[in-house]
Every structure is written in structure tokens, then in C-alpha cells.
Ligand binder design. Structure first.
Ligand code: FAD
Length: 289
């Protein structure tokens, strides 16, 4: 099913998986996806390693399993890095083979030795898809605190307008820890004529190291109240993970009450993390609306 059809019906709940590295990656991924699918999310997204590195060849098989084995809508990511038009054509054809109707078009993370080829920005890939007649439901990324490389706020909004004008159907945000940043961003989107539905991406942090790495990579600011919770959790990994899940649940309950279009969990391949968010939402009747 197209994600925009779901967004038109209700506030959505979805989660992300990534193809795990190492031995037996597919079996692990199927188990993780199956664990998340058990909660009947509106969709599960599957990341793509920029430039076709890592286990990006497994993005479509995992998405296909989500769609056809678990009966859950899949959103397959694809990046511009190292990608040429023929790669996009082949990818879209393969998605069609498995009945996958949703694609998240991204520039991709920068990796040493991998350059952009036929597509510089996500909007270029979206334009290409539309000009070649694709009727996929296409999502794109957005950044409530601004993209790390963006020289100005205005530039960021122009980039988002370019994605909308190119034919994107919806946006998914980068993770953030302060909901006020998102509410300000939502207002500014409208002022900049970006009218696409926006799904908020929330990452329940699971350790001090992980939150530091994510904040550095994507430029998300860490509020003092998050730091205090981590300090209170001390060195105990389980207490740190629990603090992250509790904080994320508080964040998403506030977002749900403030009428966001959908909630997407960066569950870091941990079904129990997605499940905790699902339970928190269920406790306030999110799925009954
Ligand atoms: P772009 O839209 O190209 O934006 C990059 C920069 O260029 C921004 O500063 C923007 O303001 C500017 N810009 C955008 N369009 C234009 C334009 N038309 N003209 C001029 N400037 C422009 N990375 C992966 O490698 N694999 C994944 O699976 C993956 N999944 C992600 C999922 C989500 C929901 C998010 C938020 C990010 C994901 N990323 C992933 C990370 C993403 O690839 C990086 O954040 C990357 O740095 C930017 O991607 P983008 O699609 O926003 O790029």
C-alpha cells in the first residue's frame, strides 16, 4: 500500500531496520523485521548503505520479506552516492517485482571514495524517477535542526521545496531530542510553501556512546534533560537503554498529542525498542483514532 494513503487516513506508526553487517545478515534481518512487524506498524523502512557499500544489496530482499512474508508495507531506501540512472531503473524494476510501492530517495551519507554521479541531490533522483514515469510513492528526508552541511536555513528550505517540486510525496525527519525544534520547523515549512506530510523520526538512545555518535553525525543537539537522565543511569548499560526508551516515549506522546502526521522509530534493529514505543502509543489510544 502507498504510504500517502495511510497518512491520509490516520496518524501512522512505523519503524526502521538496517541490513545488519557480518555473517548471516539476511536471517538476522528477517528475524528483526518479523519482530517489529508483529506490532502491525503502518510500514517498516529498510536503509541502504550509500554507494552500494556494506550490505546495501540486502535492502530489497529485506523489504520484499517485510512486504510478502510479514504482510507489512515496506519502504525501501535508495541513495544518490555512486548511483547512475541505470542503477535506479534496475532498482525500481526490482521493487516492482516484489510489489513494493514506496521508496525513500536520499543523497546518502558521505563515504571515502564514493562520489555522486548522475544525481547530486535527492531532488535530482526524484525528478529522474518522475520524468521516467514512476508512480512510486516517494519519500525524502528533512532536518528540523537543519542539515549539517547546509550553509543557511534558507538553503535547507529551498532544498525541501526542490524535493516537493520534483515530486516527493512525503517527508521523514532526522532524529531530534527537543520537540520544540520540530514544532518551529513545522511552522517554517508552511511559511516556505512546503506542504508535504511530515513523519517524525525518533531514536530512543540506547547508550551514551550511541547518542554521542548520532549527535555528531547528524548534528542533533542533546538537551540537558537527556544528559541528566544518562548521568542518573550511570554505567549500567541496561539503565542507559531504559532511560533512552523512557525519554523517547515521553517525546512521542507529546508529538502525538500535537497532531504530527506520523511517528517513525529509529529502533536500531531492536524490536523491543519499537515495541516499547508502540505500547506507549497504544496506552493513549493512538491506534484507535
Ligand atoms: P539532499 O536532499 O541532497 O541534501 C543535502 C544537502 O544539500 C542539504 O544541505 C540540503 O539543504 C542541500 N540541498 C538539497 N537539495 C538541494 C538542491 N536541489 N539544490 C541545492 N542544495 C540542495 N543515509 C544513507 O546513506 N542511507 C540511508 O538509508 C539513509 N536513510 C535516511 C533516512 C532518513 C529519514 C534521514 C533523515 C536520513 C537518512 N540518511 C541515510 C542520511 C542522509 O543520506 C544524509 O542526511 C545526507 O547527508 C543527506 O541526505 P538528503 O537526502 O537529505 O540529501
Amino acid at each position: 500500500m502507498r504510504i500517502t494513503d495511510k497518512l491520509a487516513q490516520h496518524q501512522t506508526f512505523s519503524a526502521e531496520v538496517f541490513p545488519p553487517k557480518g555473517e548471516l545478515p539476511l536471517e538476522q534481518a528477517y528475524e528483526i523485521a518479523g519482530g517489529i512487524a508483529a506490532d502491525r506498524p503502518d510500514w517498516i523502512s529498510v536503509t541502504y548503505s550509500a554507494g552500494g557499500t556494506g550490505n546495501s544489496r540486502n535492502t530489497i530482499p529485506i523489504a520484499a520479506s517485510i512486504e510478502n512474508d510479514f504482510g507489512t508495507t515496506a519502504l525501501a531506501h535508495l541513495t544518490c552516492m555512486g548511483t547512475v540512472r541505470e542503477d535506479v531503473d534496475a532498482y525500481v524494476k526490482e521493487l516492482g517485482t516484489y510489489g513494493i510501492q514506496n521508496l525513500l530517495a536520499l543523497r546518502g551519507d558521505r563515504r571515502p571514495g564514493v562520489e555522486q554521479r548522475d544525481f547530486v541531490h535527492a531532488s535530482d533522483m526524484i525528478s529522474y524517477l518522475r520524468s521516467s514515469g514512476s508512480d512510486l510513492c516517494i519519500g525524502a528526508a528533512c532536518y528540523p535542526e537543519g542539515h549539517v552541511e547546509s550553509p543557511s536555513e534558507e538553503g535547507d528550505f529551498e532544498g525541501l521545496l526542490a524535493k516537493q517540486d520534483a515530486g516527493a510525496d512525503f517527508l521523514v525527519t532526522q532524529l531530534f531530542f527537543n520537540n520544540e525544534d520540530f514544532y518551529r520547523f513545522r511552522e517554517r515549512l508552511l511559511r516556505h510553501r512546503v506542504k508535504l506530510p511530515v513523519v517524525v523520526g525518533i531514536m530512543p538512545f540506547t547508550s551514551v556512546k550511541q547518542i554521542q555518535r548520532m549527535a555528531f553525525n547528524c548534528g542533533a543537539s542533546i538537551p540537558a534533560r537527556v544528559v541528566k537522565r544518562l548521568v542518573r543511569a550511570g554505567d549500567d548499560p541496561e539503565a542507559q537503554a531504559q532511560a533512552g526508551i523512557e525519554y523517547a516515549c515521553e517525546q512521542i506522546l507529546d508529538l502525538a498529542a500535537n497532531g504530527v502526521d506520523g511517528i517513525h522509530v529509529y529502533s536500531m534493529n531492536k524490536p523491543r525498542v519499537a515495541h516499547a514505543v508502540h505500547e506507549a502509543l497504544a496506552s493513549v489510544g493512538y491506534f484507535e483514532g
